[in-house]
Design a protein around this ligand. Structure first.
Ligand code: RFL
Ligand code: PHB
Length: 394
């Protein structure tokens, strides 16, 4: 088989790249290790930057998002038990966010692929990349017990943190930087009306977050020790802990219901440089991970795909400048989000060795942001998302 682009991984990054390339007349294929149902069953991100919203609309993926997504104008941070800092990004910058679940974006992408008849292979096992540092890379994988070979012009590694693409970049060239945080997030979904606002909480007992998926579906998180398992967290314990960490006024607005999903995720920051090697280009979690505090992971996957799709389309039209600059341009935005997510994680969590001094310093920073429009603008500008650069030059 011959394709112009082979995309490894059919998560949001891979499926979006397939969609954009197909609309530009480029023949691409996605190889996804899991089943379609498994990918659609993962509950992950919820907050979209406005640049992500506009990009999805531009590529014909905005209809359901605009119908059922919830635009948000403010970032809210509860602290010291009952203080509430509310930063209006729309008032300050004219930009807002959209709450729309990653699961729904994934459904929209697979529906678009069904409609366009694009090539998405599920349960592709043992995907292996060959000759990526030559002009004729090729891919092999197992499907239904048979080995398949695809020759291609370019390979897009969109296969997440544990994928097969990144390790094919020689270790002598690859620079991996990792920061692990000494806690995780316990996340639950509950069929109960969510708070009308997106609210983070800094509390002596630990971080908490109240988000939503729709008018009767709350998405809630509490910081927990890394070695906890979901069995340590009965529903009663979860609700007690959440209500202890958020202001009483907001706690009174949430009616506890049995949870319908419960999972624990560790928090880490990770960047692998460069994001390209020969004919391989990494995008999304394959190249970088951020702790979820800044709501940046999915948005970065989308911005990488924006840069990569523009670069590939130009290259097939005879202008390789974008592909040459892809890693450098994408990494600038990645590091912006990595730094912001690290900073917000440090500001809002309780660290195991945290002293009263550290707690008071965090509270002082929140007090400073409360009183400073400059600080609120800085927070807003990063939360709503940095602008895209031009990756292709004339
Ligand atoms: P994904 O989603 O991991 O998809 C990679 C796909 O590749 C497949 N794969 C392979 N396929 C073939 N061969 C192999 N060898 C393969 N190895 C892996 C996998 O099966 C998978 O389908 O990466 P992608 O596409 O880069 O997308 C990244 C996002 O999923 C991720 O960054 C976000 O979910 C992070 N994130 C959030 N991001 C936001 O922008 N806003 C948020 O509010 C937000 N909240 C979150 C989050 C992530 C969370 N967890 C669970 C980590 C909240 C949580 C709790
Ligand atoms: C979510 O809605 O799942 C969510 C919201 C904000 C975050 C992380 C996750 O920072």
């Amino acid at each position: 088989m011959k394709k112009q682009v082979v995309i490894v991984g059919g998560g949001p990054a891979g499926a979006l790249l397939l969609h954009i390339l197909h609309r530009a007349g480029i023949d691409a294929i996605v190889l996804e290790r899991q089943t379609r149902e498994y990918v659609l069953g993962r509950i992950r991100a919820g907050v979209l930057e406005w640049g992500t919203v506009e990009l999805l609309r531009r590529h014909g993926l905005g209809a359901r998002m605009d119908e059922v997504g919830t635009p948000k104008d403010t970032i809210n941070i509860a602290w010291k038990g009952s203080e509430l800092l509310s930063v209006d990004t729309h008032e300050l910058l004219g930009k807002r966010m959209m709450v729309y679940g990653q699961t729904m974006i994934q459904e929209d992408l697979y529906a678009a692929s069904d409609e366009a008849g694009t090539h998405l292979v599920f349960e592709a096992e043992d995907v292996a990349l060959h000759d990526i540092d030559t002009d004729s890379p090729w891919i092999t994988y197992q499907h239904d017990g048979t080995e398949v070979r695809i020759d291609c012009d370019y390979v897009a590694g969109c296969d997440g943190f544990h994928g097969a693409s990144r390790p094919t970049i020689p270790a002598s060239i690859r620079r991996e930087m990792i920061k692990e945080y000494p806690f995780g997030w316990l996340g639950v979904m509950a069929e109960t009306p969510p708070l009308p606002m997106l609210m983070y909480a800094n509390h002596e007992r630990g971080f908490a977050l109240c988000s939503s998926r729709n008018a009767n579906l709350a998405r809630l998180y509490v910081q927990c020790p890394l070695d906890d398992t979901v069995d340590d967290w009965s529903d009663d314990r979860f609700w007690d802990e959440l209500f202890a960490r958020i202001p009483p006024e907001q706690a009174a607005q949430i009616t506890p219901q049995p949870t319908i999903e419960k999972s624990i995720a560790p928090l880490r920051s990770f960047v692998s440089e460069p994001m390209s090697h020969g004919r391989l280009f990494l995008a999304g979690d394959a190249a970088h991970i951020v702790p979820p505090t800044g709501a940046k992971g999915l948005n970065l996957a989308v911005s990488d795909v924006h840069y990569l799709s523009e670069s590939l389309i130009a290259a097939f039209n005879g202008n390789p400048s974008g592909l040459e600059r892809y890693s450098e341009i994408a990494l600038r935005r990645v590091w912006g989000a990595v730094r912001f997510s690290w900073w917000l994680t440090g500001l809002l969590h309780r660290f195991p060795d945290q002293t009263d001094f550290d707690q008071r310093a965090q509270e002082q920073e929140l007090l400073y942001i409360t009183g400073s429009e400059a600080a609120q603008r800085s927070l807003s500008e990063q939360y709503v998302g940095l602008p895209f650069e031009d990756v292709v030059t004339a």
